[in-house]
Design a protein around this ligand. Structure first.
Ligand SMILES: Cc1ncc(COP(=O)(O)O)c(C=O)c1O
Length: 447
């Protein structure tokens, strides 16, 4: 049946025909995008926004990077698609480049279409490898929207999807600013989180767990950089109890922290690393699992019971090859680290001096969070856990008004621009953020 849509605006057409993620459909107000270039996005009305969000923290090389666009175009002309049982150059080339930047002993890459599928498969591999049923994850985490991943997830999006049979056991990772362990130093927080993890394993059954799935730096849940020593402690516990260590680097991998993978700053070797987003900046959907030798070899003579029609899709892999090569040749990973150290951290700390509602600034590279509070002493969040508030809505509206796209989760704003943002652009974004935050200073009630 055809419908006359000629009188509708484009936003009305979007709203009447597209079912949006994680939303009550009647409440959405999508910004209608016309184009994007570099760190800027333009809406259908011609207004330009500086993209401090990298969309969903995925456009690590910025929008429309010419080398990635050219690679996808060339690939489309040569071969758009091929089934996963065949071999293909852009696929093995992408795998080689990913392995070259991965941990020592990384053997193979299994390609998926995104982050959640990567975690599904990593957990499946770990369960088959160990023959064990259960998994561990932290409360402050996001691992994806499909059944295993959403049950690994610690945030409230799990609740309506959790039927209590997933076999995931959650514990609290280290987070000094809102310590559940009453710690006063990073060292205490680190030791207590590790002790809690080990006690959880002992009381659940030391042979129950196949895997622990940890975002190296929890992203959506608040960009909490773990204290040095925590991940090494996790590695030691995994070794003690025969548990597979899965590092979820879907958000923090591929340059975002100023390293190719965030765990590389912690001198630790996971068994499996899941990735997506920054691997090709999302120009074509792609994710995957980097697999160590032992787990990979365990499927040499037995069948791995999993697969995807689009595993290693040529367009996605060609985009990955071009994105990784552009990141290498243009020094984007180093740029991310430098911009974080020289512009974002000092700039955000300066904003915290001007706006009392900023209770905490944390992060590194192009991966920073601002914790917004009504009182620095009580740390009362500007929006409740799992919710929103008029104050947060006012700030987000002001960001849009100022021409700034920013990532928001509950009472937090995340400053997560592309890895190749220039100093001038980063300063411009901070200036826009400064003006937007001014609308909420009135919500501060503390001393
Ligand atoms: C750490 C982490 N893992 C997994 C996912 C899920 O990725 P996708 O949305 O590509 O399925 C995300 C998405 O934001 C993520 O941040």
């Amino acid at each position: 049946m055809s419908t006359d849509r000629s009188t509708l605006t484009s936003q009305e057409r979007e709203k009447t025909s597209v079912f949006h993620s994680w939303s009550a459909q009647s409440t959405i107000n999508p910004l209608m995008i016309k184009s994007a270039q570099g760190v800027y996005v333009t809406d259908e009305g011609g207004k330009t926004y500086l993209d401090f969000s990298s969309q969903l923290v995925n456009t690590n090389v910025g929008h429309q990077h010419p080398k990635v666009v050219a690679a996808v175009t060339e690939q489309a002309k040569a071969l758009c698609t091929i089934a996963p049982q065949h071999g293909y150059q852009s696929r093995y080339r992408a795998a080689e480049l990913i392995l070259d930047h991965s941990f020592d002993g990384a053997a193979k890459v299994f390609f998926t279409n995104g982050g959640t599928e990567s975690n599904e498969h990593a957990v499946r591999m770990a369960k088959l490898f160990t023959g064990r049923p259960k998994t561990l994850a932290t409360y402050r985490s996001y691992h994806g929207g499909t059944s295993t991943s959403i049950n690994l997830t610690g945030d409230p999006r799990r609740w309506p999807n959790d039927n209590g049979t997933s076999g995931v056991v959650h514990f609290f990772g280290p987070f000094l600013y809102r310590s559940v362990y009453n710690s006063t130093t990073e060292e205490e927080e680190c030791a207590r989180a590790l002790e809690s993890l080990e006690n959880t394993i002992l009381f659940e059954g030391p042979t129950a767990f196949a895997a622990i799935v940890l975002e190296t730096i929890p992203g959506t849940a608040g960009i909490m950089v773990p204290p040095l020593g925590f991940l090494q402690g996790v590695r030691a516990i995994c070794d003690r109890y025969g548990i597979v260590y899965i590092a979820d680097e879907v958000m923090c991998g591929f340059g975002r922290t100023g390293s190719w993978f965030a765990h590389q700053d912690h001198n630790v070797k996971p068994d499996l690393v899941t990735f997506a987003k920054g691997v090709n900046s999302g120009y074509v959907p792609l994710g995957g699992v980097v697999i160590n030798e032992a787990i990979s070899a365990s499927f040499n003579d037995r069948v791995y019971p999993g697969g995807l029609t689009y595993s290693g899709h040529p367009l996605a892999c060609a985009a990955a090859v071009a994105a990784i090569e552009a990141m290498e040749s243009e020094g984007m990973v180093e740029n991310a680290r430098r911009v974080g150290d020289e512009i974002l951290r000092p700039g955000l700390e300066q904003l915290a001096e001007q706006h009392r509602i900023i209770g905490d600034v944390r992060g590194l590279g192009v991966f920073f969070a601002l914790e917004l509070v009504t009182d620095r002493a009580t740390k009362e969040p500007l929006a409740p856990y799992g919710g929103s508030s008029p104050a947060m809505n006012e700030i987000l509206a002001a960001c849009r008004e100022e021409g700034l796209l920013i990532f928001n989760n509950f009472h937090r704003l995340h400053v997560v621009p592309p890895c190749n943002i220039t100093d001038v652009e980063a300063r411009e974004g901070l200036a826009r953020l400064d003006r937007a935050l001014s609308v909420a200073d009135k919500y501060y009630v503390g001393a």
